[in-house]
Structures are given as C-alpha cells and as structure tokens.
Design a protein around this ligand. Sequence first.
Ligand SMILES: C[S@@+](CC[C@H](N)C(=O)[O-])C[C@H]1O[C@@H](n2cnc3c(N)ncnc32)[C@H](O)[C@@H]1O
Length: 257
Amino acid sequence: MNMFSEVGRERVESYAIDLSFSMRDKLFFFDKVDTKTFVDYGCADGEMGRALRRLDGSIRYFGYDMSPAMIARGRGIDPGIELYDRWDELTSSLDDEPATLILSSIIHEVYSYGNLASISTFLRRTLRNARWRRIVIRDMIPDAGVYRRSDLRDVEKIRAVAGSRLAEYEVRRGSIEMQANLLGFLLRYRYESDWARELDEDYMPLTERQLMMLIPEDLTVTYVSRRTPSFIKKRARLDFGIKNFDDVHLSVVLSRS
Ligand SMILES: C[S@@+](CC[C@H](N)C(=O)[O-])C[C@H]1O[C@@H](n2cnc3c(N)ncnc32)[C@H](O)[C@@H]1O
C-alpha cells in the first residue's frame, strides 16, 4: 500500500521532480480561497507548500503523507511548513484558524490502492470532516463520456510507434480501443522509471458524477473546471500525432458557508 516505503532515495527524488512540472496548474485554487492555513493530504515532500509560501509568505502549510521517505525529504527546508507522516499528529498541531484542505492527485490513489476501510478513513478525515472551511480537489476524474469506443485512427497511430510497452499496458489495463484506456496509456507511457507500478495503478477510478455523489450537502461547489495540462497533450501530439485528448484533470473548489 505505501508505495515509497521500500524504495530507494533515487526513486523518491525522481518522482518528486516529475511532480513539480505541473505545479502551476496544481495551484489553480490560490486566488479562489480565503484562508491562510492549508492542510495538504497526500502532500509527498511538501513541494506545494513551498510553492504556496513563495506566493504568500504568511501562509501556514501542514502536509500529511503516508510515506515517511517523502516526509523526511521535505522536512526542515522551510520553518513555515510542517510535514507529518501521522495524521493524528498533524491534526493535534492545528489551531482553530479556518483552513483549506488540499486534495491534489490523492483521490485517485486512495481509490486505486485502497480497500473499503482505508477509503472510509480517507473520507472521514477529508470530505466528511466539517473542520475544513474550503476543500480544493485536483485529480484525474473524467466525465463518463471517456467510456466510449476510441477513434480507430488514433489507435492505429499509437500502435504504429508504441512498441512492447503498449502490449504490456493492454494486457494489464485493457484495449486502447476504449477511449478511457487510450487516455490512460497517453497519461502514463512517459513514466519509464517505474513502469510496473504505473501499470498497477488505476488512474481514473472515479468519474466526476461519482465524485459529486461523495460530497456532503453542507458543501457547495464554488468552482469547477476540467483541463488537462497542455504539456501532456503536447507530448501526445509530438510522440504519437494524437490531436484529440479529452480533458480529464478536474479542478474543484468546495466551500462551507
Ligand atoms: C500522486 S502523489 C501527489 C502528491 C501531491 N499531492 C501533488 O499533487 O503533487 C500522491 C501522494 O499521496 C500519497 N498517498 C497515497 N495514498 C495515501 C493515503 N491513503 N494516505 C496518505 N497519503 C497517501 C503518496 O504517498 C503520494 O506521495
């Protein structure tokens, strides 16, 4: 379950560098929330905290991640950032200031790797916890329309150049003649360093409708948009000639009145 507990420093570092590419997209919420305290669930090494504090040095950032290796990597860099690998320790350090909870690329991991017990723990701490004034979500959560037949011209373009990695992908995750699987391949083929784990992970375990059904009635959706970062689309165009790429990255702000 804890994907970083048994791997070396090298992998932790290359993963963290990869994550930083899309930081600007990830900070979509910066001008849409009104708190100075941020709690980041699944924070990796806390890079988002450092990016937030570069934008506003008065922000206080608390990060939690189940990976002690990631937390150790980010600790001690910035005194305004507190990182924890135990949730109870993080919550006992919080005061009563209104806080925004950040759920950035964590929901799909919890649903992909979790079981009933760990998913319900996650929901109790996050979407179902009245402690959070705002909750911001950014994740690969597509519209159900991606579960359609792919354009066969796109399938052919990918098959012409993808090689053995595509064969492994289709055995593990299904045919790219289904658009959701085709997008899944385009979203992950560039992660060469840990291909086996990428194959294991379900990138899009929830649709937008399923996510919305998890949101309690006392939260209101105050912002929603869907846009896959342009660098991902550009790579698909350059590497395979794919021009039509569904937007699967959903950004949401939830507010409690
Ligand atoms: C895809 S990374 C996202 C990192 C960061 N939030 C971002 O957007 O760049 C997911 C992180 O969530 C952590 N994670 C996965 N499942 C978790 C869980 N159930 N509880 C806490 N952390 C979890 C992983 O260790 C990993 O660091």
